[in-house]
Design a protein. Structure first.
Length: 276
């Protein structure tokens, strides 16, 4: 996929950069593998806003992706589709019994390619197998944390993790964040890098496109009243008068929120900290 720029006919097209979708399926999704999706607009089951700046957006149907890829069989890629619910593309595949599935599309996959799920697969882009059967140095995506639990790691556009080696019944993987951790070798993963790596280079170009995506305007805390935000109030323009915090007072500068002692033993090295 290539990036698409526009001539500056209007103010919004001057800076807009989007990803070309010329090679994707132009029709509607495969309806039996979709379901209705109700937008919560950032509210919980009591109707209270728990995630601000959400609401509106275009109506969408959810594509039911098969993240498990369990069993042993060969499928053929029927088409490559855009999915409004995720940054990566998806592929519609069918097996020899004409049963169809949606998978995360790996980079470089083409219509008509055959990919395989199972233990004794070829080391080939798009094939899914257990970590113990994948050689060190391979880039993989859609990695299971618990065997049979479905892929949880490396599912977004252009993402992947690398197998560094083995340690007994565990495989050692290096994440894109720099974290190195152990995962059960019986967990499944898919060979290759997730499609649509140019997603990170797009420029939305205008406020209206954010509204189509369901993103509402964001108001800074320093322009609010003291009753609404810890940074609010003051005479004239101020910088907040304290370290950045959220509306509820939680620190926004490197506060560690990760606290899961059950999984700490699987982390060999923490992710790299960003330089201020």
């Amino acid at each position: 996929m290539t990036l698409k720029t526009f001539k500056p006919y209007t103010k919004s097209t001057r800076g807009t950069i989007l990803v070309s979708k010329s090679n994707l399926w132009k029709g509607k999704p495969y309806k039996p593998l979709t379901s209705s999706k109700r937008s919560s607009k950032g509210r919980n089951n009591l109707g209270r806003i728990t995630s601000r700046n959400h609401g509106g957006g275009h109506k969408q149907r959810y594509r039911n992706i098969d993240f498990h890829r369990s069993g042993s069989f060969v499928v053929e890629v029927e088409r490559i589709e855009y999915d409004p619910n995720r940054s990566s593309y998806i592929i519609l595949v069918k097996n020899d019994k004409e049963k169809k599935y949606y998978y995360i599309a790996p980079q470089g996959i083409k219509v008509g390619d055959k990919i395989e799920n199972g233990e004794n697969c070829e080391i080939k882009n798009g094939n899914c197998m257990e970590l113990k059967n994948i050689p060190s140095g391979m880039q993989i995506h859609n990695v299971e944390i618990i065997p049979g639990g479905g892929g949880k790691i490396a599912r977004s556009a252009g993402n992947s993790v690398t197998i560094s080696g083995t340690d007994g019944k565990y495989s050692i993987i290096r994440m894109s964040s720099g974290e190195i951790r152990k995962i059960d070798s019986r967990s499944r993963a898919t060979i290759g890098v997730v499609s649509n790596p140019d997603q990170k280079n797009i420029k939305i170009g205008k406020a209206g496109r954010s509204r189509w995506l369901g993103i509402r305007p964001h108001t800074r805390g320093v322009v609010m009243n003291p009753v609404d935000h810890p940074h609010g109030g003051g005479e004239g323009k101020t910088a907040g008068g304290r370290h950045p915090v959220s509306r509820t007072g939680q620190s926004a500068k490197g506060l560690k929120t990760r606290d899961n002692k059950k999984t700490d033993k699987f982390i060999i090295r923490r992710r790299k900290r960003k330089k201020a």
